[in-house]
Design a protein around this ligand. Structure first.
Ligand code: PEP
Ligand code: MN
Length: 350
């Protein structure tokens, strides 16, 4: 078996396997087909499945641990599964599972995470923490800190998207890249990998999401694969065959964060200098705008006027949007920036 530490520390490992371990035959088949691609580093499979509905398939349970052990023996691939309780941790570690992950639903619940963290005390096993389903960076950080306090040293992050944002594109769980990037910024020493399968909820979007992750300097991917995806007992719509995975992995372009070219370095330095100067100008202008908001706020208070005057605000939005459209800025970008400025302005007028 390849050394797990070296796999996890390699630039962008691939973790792949079925959403759920369904049968011995399914696990051994997928494991062998994934190993045959030569591109998979860790075999994943859910043993205990947290499902939205109790009428769904909830995993094969303890029996599947033995299938994973066999799969590892045959293919040499390290195996990973999801744990949601202390008992899962004990059973998985006793069965020799190489890597664990905490699922998104579990990451929402500090009691569960604490229980898992305590069960992991003294263990060297690598643990990946998926983002909670709610877009709450503090909750995600809290989950990591609970593990760290119990001495878990080898921790990674999995970005699998956030529930409830149905209007944000064609996703099962909207990626909200900004939330994940904030997590990366706050916990820069932890590897963040992307789970395009649960972000997309379909097969078509996988490459585009995986490529965005590669462009954002993620450290690998977790992708669900099944020998016969259409017949999968869970998450059938998003699973792909090992051969499709091989093609997809071949299309992702992983990039580096630095270059040896002096021309590239000097050009970037020059342009970044320009950006830094513009940022200073932008924020100086925003500060001047806020000064004026303060003066407007004082007049409104003296004259007993509401802070928000809807007609005036609509005029501002229309005028600025028309202007930025001419400048080639998207409506989405304009709205986000203008809203942030407006909210701060309202705050200062209170
Ligand atoms: C899974 O990986 O199959 C899973 C249940 O993921 P999540 O916790 O992201 O829903
Ligand atoms: Mn799944």
């Amino acid at each position: 078996m390849r050394n797990l530490k070296s796999i996890i520390e390699s630039p962008h490992p691939t973790i792949a396997g079925p959403c759920s371990a369904e049968s011995r035959e399914q696990v051994l088949t997928i494991a062998q087909r994934l190993a045959a691609t030569g591109r998979v580093d860790v075999l994943r499979a859910g043993v205990w499945k947290p499902r939205t509905s109790p009428n769904s398939f909830e995993g094969a349970g303890d029996a599947a641990l033995e299938w994973l052990r066999e799969a590892r023996e045959i293919t040499g691939l390290p195996v990973a599964t999801e744990v949601a309780t202390a008992q899962h941790v004990r059973k998985a570690t006793e069965a020799g599972v190489d890597m664990l992950w905490i699922g998104a639903r579990t990451a929402n619940n500090p009691f569960s995470v604490q229980e898992i963290a305590e069960a992991l005390e003294g263990s060297q096993i690598p643990v990946f923490v998926k983002n909670p389903t709610s877009a709450d960076v503090e909750l995600w950080i809290g989950a990591v800190e609970r593990l760290q306090r119990c001495g878990v040293e080898n921790i990674g992050l999995i970005h699998r998207g956030f529930a409830g944002y149905t209007s944000v594109g064609n996703y099962r769980n909207a990626p909200l890249w900004g939330v994940a990037l904030e997590m990366k910024r706050r916990m820069p020493h932890l590897r963040m990998i992307c789970d395009p399968s649960h972000i997309c909820g379909n097969r078509e979007g996988l490459l585009s999401v995986a490529q965005q992750a590669a462009d954002l300097d993620y450290g690998g991917v977790m992708i669900e694969c099944h020998p016969t995806p259409d017949c999968a007992l869970s998450d059938a719509e998003q699973q792909i065959t090992p051969e499709e995975l091989e093609r997809l992995l071949g299309q992702i372009v992983w990039k580096s964060t630095s270059s040896d070219s002096t021309l590239c370095k000097s050009e970037l330095e020059r342009l970044r200098g320009a950006i830094d100067r513009l940022d200073e100008e932008i924020f100086s202008l925003i500060a001047r705008r806020m000064d004026i908001s303060d003066q407007i706020g004082a007049i409104k208070r003296q004259n007993n006027l509401t802070i928000l005057q809807s007609n005036r605000w609509q005029e501002v939005v229309d005028r600025v949007t028309a202007h930025t459209q001419q400048l080639g800025l998207s409506k989405e970008c304009t709205t986000k920036i203008l809203n942030a400025i407006h909210l701060e302005s309202i705050e200062r007028q209170k």
